[in-house]
Design a protein around this ligand. Structure first.
Ligand code: NAD
Ligand code: MG
Length: 387
């Protein structure tokens, strides 16, 4: 039995993980489940998976959570300190699936206490890539990407030599606005932006997919996970999302990873690695799949990709700034204070501001927290001046 912790169990990735676990419950000993504020969902998962401990985000929910789990032998705790403590429990696999910057610190801690970190939280590599790589190296922790593109890249790279990699090609579905004219993007609503054509995901990543900020994050994530030069990273729009990403080698060969667009594939791969499991994926039917389409991304309509290149070129803490600015701009969009297209301008302004800051080159969680907080203030102030 493998001891497993699931951070962000009540989210979209957490739910798909629970489905994968349900296919072979004897295989995993669930040690910890953590959730945000959806107590009913966390209680449902706790009844299904019998963890030793659950942690909820807010201390004010503690009594209600205890009441929901009364009679069960489960430790219940709440609050940020309890969440960080939970990441220190020794486990075989720690699935990191909290959304946003809030999930960075638990990933960093898990790198020191788990044998395998199955990383869905892409913000960890974007905000703290060098720290995460160092922590994994120091503790001989295996880092397995759960983001579908990066799981695909990881699988294409098995047995290969990194110097022979010429290109890393991330596929993008193009999101719900692939064929929407730029002029119409000014007036799209959060609900329209959240309706992804191919993947079922949490609301924030769905809107990030519509602006291509998700793909931009994934470029930086690839750079940090595989230590690959930014100029080798490409993005191609592939609306069917059947090819999950590709590696091009120095001999011109391309290795592509294909499968149905279902996160159970990448989650199952990380949970069972180095074995493969049947995570319940539908099988591709090539007689029904008549074509696969590709097109270059529209850089004018989606400035996020160019901004990712800018952040990678700036290096240092530019990824931390990029993510904080993008998260804050998304909050402002969700509050209807800015339009969909304003988000990229705010991220660009934050990156320009970063070049004027003196953050030095020593990495620490405290510094990440300061940069994150300062960038959010900068973005809010810039938005209130401009709009
Ligand atoms: P989600 O919004 O559905 O779930 C997020 C989880 O994090 C929930 O359990 C929520 O309660 C918890 N959470 C949020 N804020 C928290 C906080 N401050 N403290 C503690 N817990 C908190 O998100 P998701 O779509 O499951 O995505 C999770 C992560 O995986 C993200 O980083 C996302 O980019 C990445 N990812 C998701 C998918 C997908 O298909 N959903 C694919 C690739 C990568
Ligand atoms: Mg992805």
């Amino acid at each position: 039995m493998k001891r497993l912790a699931v951070f962000g169990a009540t989210g979209s990735i957490g739910g798909t993980c629970a489905q994968v676990l349900a296919r072979d419950p004897a295989k995993f000993d669930v040690v910890v489940l953590t959730g945000g504020r959806n107590l009913a969902r966390l209680a449902e998962l706790a009844r299904a998976l019998s963890p030793r401990a659950v942690v909820i985000q807010d201390e004010s929910d503690l009594a209600a959570m205890r009441a929901l789990l009364s009679g069960m032998d489960i430790e219940v705790s709440a609050g940020r300190a309890a969440l960080l403590d939970a990441a220190r429990r020794p486990v075989d696999i720690s699935l990191q699936a909290i959304v946003g910057f809030a999930g960075v610190e638990t990933s960093l801690i898990a790198a020191a206490h788990a044998d395998v970190v199955a990383l869905a939280n892409k913000e960890t590599m974007v905000c703290a890539g060098p720290m995460m790589r160092r922590a994994c190296a120091q503790h001989a922790t295996t880092l397995l990407p759960v983001d579908s593109e990066h799981s695909a890249l990881f699988q294409c790279l098995l047995g290969e030599k990194m110097p022979e990699v010429e290109r890393m090609i991330l596929t993008a579905s193009g999101g719900p606005f692939l064929n929407t004219p730029l002029a119409e993007l000014h007036s799209v609503t959060p609900a329209q932006a959240a309706s992804h054509p191919r993947w079922e995901m949490g609301m924030r990543i769905s809107i990030d997919s519509a602006s291509l900020f998700n793909k931009a994050m994934e470029m930086i994530e690839a750079r940090e996970l595989f230590d690959i030069a930014p100029e080798k990273i490409e993005v191609v729009v592939h609306p069917q999302s059947i090819i999950h990403s590709m590696i091009g080698f120095v001999d011109g060969a391309i290795m592509a990873h294909m499968g149905p667009p279902d996160m159970a594939g990448a989650i199952g791969y990380a949970l069972y690695y180095p074995d493969r499991c049947d995570a319940g994926l539908a099988r591709l039917d090539f007689s029904a799949l008549s074509r696969l389409d590709f097109q270059p991304p529209d850089a004018q309509k989606f400035p996020a990709l160019g901004l990712a290149t800018k952040a990678m070129t700036l290096s240092g803490f530019a990824g931390t700034v990029f993510n904080a600015a993008k998260e804050q701009a998304l909050d402002l969009f969700l509050e209807n204070r800015i339009s969909f297209v304003d988000m990229s301008g705010l991220v660009e302004a934050a990156l320009d501001d970063y070049t004027r800051q003196k953050w030095g080159d020593a990495w620490s969680v405290e510094k990440l927290n300061s940069i994150d907080a300062q960038t959010r203030v900068f973005v809010t102030e810039t938005a209130s001046k401009a709009f």
